[in-house]
Write a protein that binds this ligand. Structure first.
Ligand code: ZN
Length: 67
């Protein structure tokens, strides 16, 4: 299972992340303390972004070049 760091958009394994945060009932994972800190500064901004990234990754299994 892969997770997306909402701050930098990097896909990573939960075991490899250095930080995580529960927000609104969802757990977000971060590749670095820096990303974690940025997320905490404006979580809603990054949550909106990660939803877009998830939609984009769903597209990857289908057509290429959708954007
Ligand atoms: Zn990151």
């Amino acid at each position: 299972m892969k997770v997306i760091d909402p701050v930098c958009g990097m896909r990573t394994n939960p075991e490899r992340t250095v930080a995580q945060e529960d927000y609104g009932g969802v757990t977000f994972f971060f590749c670095s303390e820096e990303c974690h800190r940025l997320f905490n500064a404006s979580p809603e901004r990054y949550i909106a972004r990660v939803q877009q990234l998830r939609d984009a990754s769903a597209e990857e299994s289908g057509e290429q070049g959708y954007e």
